[in-house]
Each structure stands twice: as structure tokens, then as C-alpha cells.
Design a protein around this ligand. Sequence first.
Ligand code: SAH
Length: 468
Amino acid sequence: MQSFPIFLTLQDRAVLVVGGGEAAARKAELLLAAGARVSLIADTVVGEIAQLIAEARVSWAGRVFDDHDLDGMALVIVATADEALQARVSHAARQRSLPVNVVDRPALSSFIMPAIVDRAPVTIAISTGGAAPALARRLRAEIERALPATIGRLARFADIFREQVRRTLERPRDRRRFWDRVFAGRIGELALAGDEIAARRELIRLLDSARTETASLGMVHLVGAGPGDPDLLTMKAHRLLQQADIVVHDRLVSPEVLALARRDAERLYVGKRRGDHRLTQTEINDRLISLARAGNSVVRLKGGDPLVFGRGGEEIEALVAAGIPVEVVPGITAALGCAASAAIPLTHRDHARSCVFVTGQLRDGTIALDWPMLARPRQTVVIYMGVENLGLIAARLEEHGLPADTPVALVENGTTSRERRVVGTLATIEGQAARARLTGPTLCMIGEVIGVSLGRDQEFRFESRMGL
Ligand code: SAH
């Protein structure tokens, strides 16, 4: 580092500017912006500087330089073309250890004037150590373009709360994390947008929750991500995603939902699709525990609802056993999301008095389900993870008395823009599913209620005709 960058406080300090032209005017203006009292030494003044004098913003002695002009000055800037004068002022200032800059004469200067981006109170100073002032100006232009014009507003907003945050969060790490959340998240956006009232309200809420979080070190929030459409997240899930240090997710969580996590939150993918178990359940549990123990606010994001066929129960057990605080935030389970999206009433006064959710996954080569219970009339059966075993499921239900023409709907990637539906009957659905090549998460719904929506939903009716 060729020179040491600092920011000088010049509020109400006296500064001497030597020179009466354009260069002097530019320096005087910057100094005035920093609150300095500017005195000018020049035989003659022209242009803007004359204007500043006329407005009494700069005081002008109107005579030649004298060493005593340096008395009481905090800083000297020489902006005259008169080389003898440059050398004289520079020498006199250095003798008094007074910081002096001679415009474009690094050899005569004890400090460099950087290129400045001024978004008060945010100030960015750029220096190339005097080597390439043009490069510094280019950099300044790039930074100006990249920086929101209202960034200063954000800094002023943060300043209001600085003391309060310092008192509330004692550990520097907690404060750093808190401010990161403020600047990277919604609060920062609100402040930048000038909605200070909302920003204040949210900041106080965040400070409140940050306080309780640090009291209990880390914790795990078991959060339902819903079936895919990000609009179906709960507000609480959204807020936690904005505050998380780490988001642990698997395949079922849609990219659209994941995109709502705080930009610089760490994301940890733990896999889980049939045959793609990145980590075993025990490894996931252990990871959650160690992340929380390290003081992180962990959001364990699970597709749909965390406690519906999501092994959330096992994660809770492991966390509780390890003494880690757990909070569960429900989500819209696939059955509710898909039913809503396809306008299938899960219960209906005439067609379904009950509704059961079961898993169609094999265990030891069979599906251990209560078939007589599932084959009851006037009931909607929703099967998670069942699409691979549709043939087996349909055959069992028929064996136990459900008519072969009972309607069946399959919904793949329900509630997302990639949603597809296949509608048929117990007799036809296996073949239809094979032809449709369903590769995304798919939910199977069986029962007379599906016929109800066939009468209502144009698209559904069309697909069903195609399918049947
Ligand atoms: N906890 C989740 C279910 C996890 S089991 C929930 O509450 O929804 C995984 C199964 O859920 C998938 O095999 C599929 O049957 C179903 N599923 C999850 N998301 C789905 C979606 N968007 N569309 C259709 N089925 C979905």
C-alpha cells in the first residue's frame, strides 16, 4: 500500500486553498461539502470560485501568500499553476507537518486526493497511488453505476439503530450477522426504497428475534416449503428464509422457493430422491445438530409439510435428544396443493365423507396398507410416492371391492408451472402413467370426487377424454 487511506473529519475546521481558478473551485466545493471553513489565497479569482466568494461561502484575503496564512489550518490544498508558489506553500506546510496537496504534483504533496464517490454518508475514495488518475476516474464511474443512488439513505437508517443494536447484541459476531440480514434482506430494500416506517418496524422485529436466537445459540426451524408454487409459502416460512444462516434442502423443494432464501445464506443440498440419497437420514440429523451447535439459525426446508411423509418426525426426535431447540412451521402438503390446483374437492357431501393420506412406497417388496379400509366407498384416497406401484395399488383396491371404473387422477409437479395431470380409472391409470412418463413428484388421488371436478374444469375434462 503506497499511501494510507483515512477519512478526515473537517467539520468546522479551517482549510487553506491556494489558487483562484477552476481547480481551486472544485477543491473548495468538496471541502465545503465536508463542512470545512475554506480560506482562499489568490491574487485574482475567476468563475465559480468568484461565485463562492460572492456568496460568502469562501473567505478571500485577496493578497499574496504569507507563511502565517497556515496558522490554525487543518489542511492545505494548492491549486495554482504558479510553480514557485506551489513549492513555497508545500515547503512551509511540510515544515509545520501540515497535510498538503499540490494538484497534480505528487512530489510536492504529503497526501493524495482520491477519486470520490459521494453518496453521503457513504463515501468511497479511490486511489491508484498517483500512478493513473484516469484509471481511478474510470473505477469511480463503474462504482457509481453499480451503487444504488439511495445507498446513503440506507447508511443513515442503520445509524439510527447502531447504539441500540450494540446494546442488544453483545457479541460482535451476532451484530455482524444481524446487520448482514438487515442489508441483504427486505429491511435493506425497504430503507433503500425510502419506506423508513416499514423498515424500522421490521428491524425492531428482527432485533427481537435475534436477541432470543443468540440467547439459545443455534436452532433448527423445520419449515414446510409447500408443494412448489412460492406464493403458497407461509409468511413465517418466508421470513425465516430471509433470516437463515443455512438452508438445508432436498429435491422436493422447488427452485422458485429456494430462490427466496437470503442471498448469502449458505445452501446445503442433502439429496433424496429414490436412489439418490446424498446423505442418509442419520447423516442429515447429525448435520442439523452440528450446524445448530455452531450457533447457526438453520432452516431445514422440506417439500410440502415437514410432518407429512417427510421424515420430519425423525429429525425432531434426533434434535430434541441432542438438546437443540426446534420449531416446526407447517406447509401446504402436496395433497392440498394438488387438489386445489386441479379443483378436486377432497371431501364432498355426496361423494366423500372421509379422506385418507397414505404412502405407496414399498417396504420389503410389498405395500403394507390396510386395503379393506382404503377400498371403502365414499372416501378419497390420496397416495404419496405411489406412482411406481400404481398397478399393484389399483389391483389391490379392486380386489377389495372398489369398482374398476373408480376415477383416478395423477398430478405431477403440482402447483408449479411444470404441472401435468393424467386422469383415468383404476383399470386404465397404470398404462396412462407409463405413456405420460411422469418423472417429477407425482401424487395419486382416487375417488368419486375426481368425477366432480371433471364436470367443472375444462382442461381436466379434455385430459380425461384423452385418457379414457
Ligand atoms: N412432505 C411432503 C411429502 C413428501 S413425500 C408433503 O407434505 O407434500 C414425496 C411425495 O410427495 C412425492 O412422491 C409425491 O407423491 C408428493 N409430492 C410432493 N410434492 C408434490 C407436487 N408438487 N406435486 C405432486 N406430488 C407431490
